[in-house]
Write a protein that binds this ligand. Structure first.
Ligand SMILES: Cc1cc2nc3c(=O)[nH]c(=O)nc-3n(C[C@H](O)[C@H](O)[C@H](O)COP(=O)(O)OP(=O)(O)OC[C@H]3O[C@@H](n4cnc5c(N)ncnc54)[C@H](O)[C@@H]3O)c2cc1C
Length: 426
C-alpha cells in the first residue's frame, strides 16, 4: 500500500484530475477491509486497468492500479491462447500478438485496458469473432470478499457457473480480475472504405450495412461532420470476391476512399483531422453506450432524430457515434454471459463533454446527453455498460437496461461475494 495524495496518470481526464485517498498497485488484504471505506461517503474501491473511464479514480477514493504489476502478456505458440494481466492495454496486446501474426478483436481504440474485455468488448471484428468476452478461456482474480478465484471454460463446477457467466459482462461489480486467458485469431489484412458523408448518404449506407456479411462492419461518428469507416477483413480469394461485391456498392459515394492495411494493428480510427476533443485536457466528459437491433424501416426517422440531436448539441466537443455488431455476436454458442442483449446490431454512444470546473456547462451538456438518450431509446432501448456510472443519477436505469432479466442474479452475486460493498455499487 502507498499513501499518495497525487493524481493518477490515466487517459481519462476526469480520473486524471481526481485527488486519490490511497493508491494500491497490488491486491493486498487491506483492500478488502471495510473499515478503509467510509459508509457515509459511499466510498468504494476504484479499479484501474486502461484508465479510460471516469470511474477508475475519484476524489477521496482509493484506486487499485493494475497497470504496474499486472501487465504481463504471454502467447502460447502451441495453443495460440494468450494470457494477459488485468492491467494490460489493448494496444500492447495487439502489438505483442502481431509479432506472431496473431490478433484479437479489440475495439476502436488501443487505449482501453481489461475493462474493454470484461464489460463485453465490441470490435469491428465482432461480427466475425464474437465479443471480447466470447473469447475468454480462463480467468484468475479475487472476489469482493477477498477470496481468490481461478476459472477455466469447460471445467466450471456447477457452484461456480453463475460467477463464470457474470464475469463475462459484469465483473467490475463483484471481482478484481488479475489474469485473463484469451483465444487469439489469425492476423489478416483489412480494407477500409472511409471518409466524410452527409446525412442522406449515412441513411443509405446504414441500409446497405444491415445486409453486410460477417467480415464487414460499419462504424460512423457525427462530430462536426459525419465520418464513416466500412471495415472489411480480407481472408481468402473466394471470400474476398464476395467482399468486393459489397464494397463496390459504396463506389457511388464520391468522397469515400479505399485504404488497405496489412493488419488491424496498423489502423488508427478517428484521426486528428476529425478534431475530436477526447484528449483535450481542459475538458471533462461522460459517455453512455446504447444497444439496439436492425433499424430497417426506421432508418429515415432515426436520421431525422439524429439531425435534431446534433442541432441541439451544446458545444463542439459533444458527438454521437455508432459501431455495428451482429452476426456472430447474436449466436449463443459461446455459453451464457451477462451481455444479455444478444440480438443487438448497433452500439451507438453519446459523448458529452464540458470545460472542466464549469458546472453550468456541465449541467447543460449532461441534460443534452440524457435528452439525446431519451430520443434514441425507441431505436436503441438497451444499454452496453462499458462505463460505470454509479456517480450519476442514471446509474440505476442503466444497470437495469444493461442486465435485463439477469439483474436479480447479479444482485445475489454481489450480496454473496462483495457483502461489504468494497467494489463499485450496483
Ligand atoms: C477511445 C475509446 C474507444 C473505445 N472503443 C470501444 C469499442 O470499440 N468497443 C467497446 O466495447 N468499448 C469501447 N470503449 C469503451 C471501453 O472499452 C470501456 O469504457 C472499458 O470499460 C474501458 O476499460 P479500461 O480498462 O480502459 O478503463 P478503466 O477506467 O481502467 O476501467 C473501467 C471499469 O472497469 C473496471 N475494471 C477494469 N479492469 C478491471 C479488472 N481487471 N478487474 C475488475 N474490474 C476492472 C473498473 O472498475 C472500472 O470501473 C472505448 C473507450 C474509449 C475511451
Amino acid at each position: 500500500m502507498k499513501n499518495n495524495n497525487n493524481l493518477l496518470k490515466v487517459p481519462n481526464n476526469n480520473s486524471k484530475d481526481a485527488k486519490l485517498k490511497k493508491l494500491f498497485y497490488d491486491v493486498d488484504d487491506s483492500l478488502f477491509n471495510e473499515d478503509n471505506y467510509s459508509k457515509e461517503k459511499l466510498e468504494h474501491l476504484c479499479v484501474c486497468s486502461g484508465g479510460t473511464t471516469s470511474s477508475c479514480a475519484k476524489n477521496g477514493f482509493t484506486t487499485l492500479d493494475l497497470r504496474k504489476n499486472h501487465s504481463k502478456i504471454n502467447l502460447d505458440r502451441k495453443t495460440n491462447l494468450v494470457t494477459i494481466g488485468g492491467g494490460v492495454i489493448m494496444g500492447d496486446l495487439l502489438n505483442h500478438l502481431q509479432k506472431h501474426n496473431r490478433s484479437f478483436p479489440i475495439g476502436l481504440s488501443k487505449l482501453p485496458g481489461a475493462g474493454y474485455i470484461l464489460t463485453g468488448g465490441v470490435s469491428p471484428l465482432s461480427r466475425g469473432y464474437g465479443l471480447a468476452i466470447d473469447n475468454i478461456e480462463s480467468i484468475k482474480g479475487f472476489l469482493g470478499n477477498g477470496t481468490f478465484i481461478s476459472l477455466k471454460k469447460n471445467q466450471i463446477i456447477p457452484e461456480k457457473q453463475l460467477i463464470w457467466e457474470a464475469i463475462k459482462g459484469a465483473a467490475p461489480f463483484f471481482s478484481i480480475i488479475t489474469e485473463i486467458e484469451l483465444k487469439t485469431i489469425q492476423s489478416n489484412p483489412i480494407e477500409i472504405i472511409e471518409g466524410f458523408i452527409n446525412l442522406n448518404e449515412l441513411s443509405e449506407i446504414i441500409q446497405l450495412s444491415e445486409e453486410f456479411p460477417e467480415n464487414i462492419s460499419l462504424q460512423w461518428i457525427y462530430a462536426q461532420k459525419i465520418y464513416i469507416y466500412v471495415f472489411a477483413e480480407l481472408k481468402d480469394n473466394l471470400e474476398d470476391k464476395k467482399t468486393e461485391t459489397y464494397l463496390m456498392l459504396l463506389k457511388k459515394f464520391p468522397k469515400l476512399e479505399k485504404n488497405y492495411y496489412e493488419n488491424f494493428n496498423e489502423i488508427n480510427f478517428f484521426p486528428k483531422e476529425l478534431d475530436l476533443y477526447e484528449l483535450n485536457t481542459n475538458n471533462h466528459s461522460e459517455v453512455i453506450s446504447l444497444l439496439g437491433e436492425d433499424l430497417q424501416n426506421n432508418i429515415p426517422i432515426f436520421i431525422k432524430c439524429l439531425n435534431e440531436i446534433m442541432k441541439n448539441k451544446p458545444n463542439n466537443s459533444c458527438y454521437v457515434a455508432s459501431q455495428q455488431l451482429g452476426c456472430k455476436t447474436k449466436k449463443l454458442n459461446y455459453g451464457s454471459s451477462f451481455f444479455v442483449h444478444r440480438n443487438s446490431t448497433w452500439k451507438p454512444w453519446i459523448y458529452a463533454s464540458w470545460k472542466k470546473n464549469d458546472l453550468q456547462e456541465k449541467k447543460i451538456v449532461m441534460d443534452w446527453m440524457y435528452k439525446s438518450w431519451s430520443s434514441l431509446k425507441r431505436f436503441y432501448p438497451n444499454i452496453h455498460l462499458a462505463q460505470l456510472h454509479n456517480h450519476l443519477d442514471s446509474h440505476e436505469e442503466e444497470i437495469r437496461l444493461a442486465f435485463g432479466n439477469r439483474m436479480s442474479e447479479l444482485k445475489t452475486l454481489k450480496n454473496i461475494f462483495d457483502p461489504q460493498g468494497i467494489l463499485p455499487p450496483l
